[in-house]
Design a binder for this molecule. Structure first.
Ligand code: C2G
Length: 129
């Protein structure tokens, strides 16, 4: 049984997010997703997501192939989460390439290519007109 862990905000869920999750799921038998908390986002990006952490967790938990969802409250707790959920592979989008290599002492670390030309920011801008 191979467990995959990935992390993200997943605000205004779009096809880039679900493709990443689908490719992550194919690398193992079980996919657990750490959804970044509202406060973690504020710390990282100086703004709160459009959808609350409870809404984002509820949406992610309904996606086919997702076996568990938890709240990621700090970027520095990744080693704790990886051990807590028994991760065999940490999957991140390649915008984070190199940033999590030090977790290779705990599990394999894989960076997957992002889907080009789509982002939450682009969705917001498009909707605003
Ligand atoms: N993603 C993608 N293609 C896009 C947009 C996003 O593959 N066009 C991927 C990202 O690379 C990431 C996941 O979808 O793996 C979630 O993206 P974000 O919500 O932007 O996640 P982020 O804010 O980078 O949070 O602990 C790390 C953070 O929680 C990551």
């Amino acid at each position: 049984m191979k467990t995959i862990l990935t992390f993200g905000t997943f605000d205004l869920l779009h096809v880039g997010h679900v493709r990443l999750l689908s490719r992550a799921r194919e690398l193992g038998d079980r996919l657990i997703v750490g959804v970044s908390s509202d406060n973690l986002n504020f710390t990282k990006k100086n703004k709160y997501p459009e959808f609350s952490q409870d809404e984002r967790m509820e949406i992610i938990s309904m996606i086919k192939g997702i076996d568990g969802v938890f709240l990621e409250e700090s970027l520095e707790l990744k080693d704790f989460y990886l051990q807590e959920y028994g991760a065999d592979i940490l999957v991140m989008g390649d915008d984070w390439r190199g940033k999590f290599d030090h977790y290779e002492s705990i599990c394999q670390v894989v960076y997957l290519p992002r889907t080009p030309s789509i982002s939450t920011t682009a969705v917001i801008e498009k909707a605003r007109g």
